[in-house]
Design a protein around this ligand. Structure first.
Ligand code: GDD
Length: 415
């Protein structure tokens, strides 16, 4: 694997963020010379074995879920955190079992709504994860938090996340390879690697059966299944540079940083990238948010603590600083489209993570409200549910959970 080196690194207090570097080669050779940062296969495998890949899943197409599991390199243990209905979860278990039989991959499946979490979390600092029924709340962030506890229990040094609604298995493979390469490049205690999708796929135009499109029916059906509808007009598959939510949140976060620093910046390109990875040390020592606030909150929290907060004299919790590498993939990101309402909710959650952080001020607040007015029917910014792992003993929690759970499945074992 080979990535380019960053042209720019910007510092915000103790947080450094690189301008996006790019995948230059997915299988590089020492003999070709070339430039950039190259990782040998041996080193890559060494890091991959220490990296857990987490797959959050909530009622996704089982075809996509299966391909996600196939696409993850065999060196890394996989943790699936499911919030799917129980009949679907049973099928996810079957799929994971088969993938393990075929490939030997170590796969752990946890159900987010497993009643066993209730007894285990009740008297810990994570009890606020439980809802009125005593079950862990639905939410992508909550699922990710459970996976962090498991990753620590597994002894992993790094944790990488990939969504399970992705139509391009090759992109999932590339994201994992980027995580390993990024950690080698950063070589730092508190590190984070965030993916900038090269493009997001979207269908516009007429893809109607029987029409003279010059494209096979099977291909047309595939795209209709991707985007769920047939549209009349032009015949084009569009690869957009950015998703809509990402574009708006990116603009707002850069604006907040520009206002705080008094020097403009557009360095952040990955405010809410679901595809990202971090060192376990960082994961255990930062705060987390529930739902879809989670990715934006990671940056909002770190920048609040180590940039805004440290300017007021409060020490940043990460003595060695936090290094964030942004990497642009070659593969486009094509995933299931879940509709405008879903996007509006996600926008209100993501912007809420900034609104309710130390990055907010009068100017930022105005910008957030303008964005919500224009793109989310004037919704209120949603206050994130936040969680801290300080004082929590992940190994104890997971051992107790394993002893009590009837829904946990583990195929294969630690290499
Ligand atoms: N365990 C668990 N619990 N998984 C969940 C939950 C939940 O409550 N909700 C969603 N997921 C899983 C989905 O099955 C999918 O694999 C992944 O989390 C992302 O959820 P989607 O509903 O598909 O979100 P999206 O694709 O629209 O948005 C993605 O991209 C955004 C950036 O544009 C997500 O990764 C967002 O977090 C991200 O901000």
């Amino acid at each position: 694997m080979r990535i380019s080196r960053p042209l720019v690194i910007e510092h915000f207090g103790d947080i450094s963020i690189t301008s996006p570097v790019k995948t230059l080669s997915m299988a590089s050779s020492v003999k070709t010379g070339g430039e950039g940062y190259r990782v040998s296969m041996d080193e890559l495998i060494g890091i991959a074995e220490k990296t857990v890949i987490v797959v959050p899943v909530k009622d996704e197409d089982l075809f996509l879920f299966r391909n996600t599991l196939y696409a993850i390199p065999e060196w890394s243990p996989v943790i699936v955190v499911s919030a799917s209905p129980h009949n679907i979860f049973e099928k996810e278990v079957e799929v994971a079992k088969l993938v393990n039989e075929q490939t030997g991959k170590h796969i752990i499946l946890v159900h987010q709504r497993d009643p066993a979490w209730s007894t285990v979390l009740t008297n810990t600092r994570l009890s606020s994860m439980l809802d009125g029924n005593g079950l862990v709340r639905y939410g992508k962030g909550e699922g990710m938090l459970l996976s962090i506890l498991f990753s620590k229990w597994l002894g992993a040094e790094y944790i990488g996340f990939v969504d399970s609604d992705n139509y391009i298995p090759g992109s999932i493979h590339e994201y994992a390879m980027i995580y390993y390469t990024g950690f080698s490049y950063l070589n730092h205690k508190y590190s984070m690697v965030r993916i900038v999708w090269s493009h997001k796929g979207k269908l516009t135009g007429a893809y109607e059966y029987g029409e003279e499109t010059g494209i096979s029916d099977a291909f047309i059906k595939y795209f209709i299944s991707l985007f769920g509808k047939t549209i009349s007009g032009d015949k084009r598959v569009v690869l957009r540079r950015k998703g809509r939510v990402s574009q708006i949140v990116e603009e707002v976060l850069n604006y907040a940083l520009s206002v705080a620093r008094g020097i403009g910046t557009d360095i952040v390109k990955t405010p809410n990238s679901g595809e990202h990875a971090l060192s376990t040390e960082l994961a255990l020592n930062m705060e987390w948010a529930g739902g879809f606030s989670v990715e934006t909150y990671e940056l909002a929290f770190l920048l609040s603590e180590c940039f805004i907060g440290s300017r007021d004299g409060s020490p940043c919790g990460f003595k060695e600083g936090v290094k964030i590498l942004q990497v642009e993939s070659l593969n486009p990101h094509i995933h299931s489209e879940k509709g405008d309402e879903h996007l509006a909710g996600m926008l209100a959650e993501s912007l809420g993570a900034i609104y309710y952080s130390k990055l907010n001020n009068q100017l930022v607040s105005k910008r957030i409200r303008e964005a919500l007015k224009m793109y989310a029917d004037n919704a209120e910014p949603i206050k994130p549910r936040t969680y801290s792992l300080k004082g929590v003993n992940p190994v104890k929690i997971i051992e107790e959970y394993i002893a009590q759970s009837k829904l946990l499945h583990q195929f294969g074992s630690r290499a």
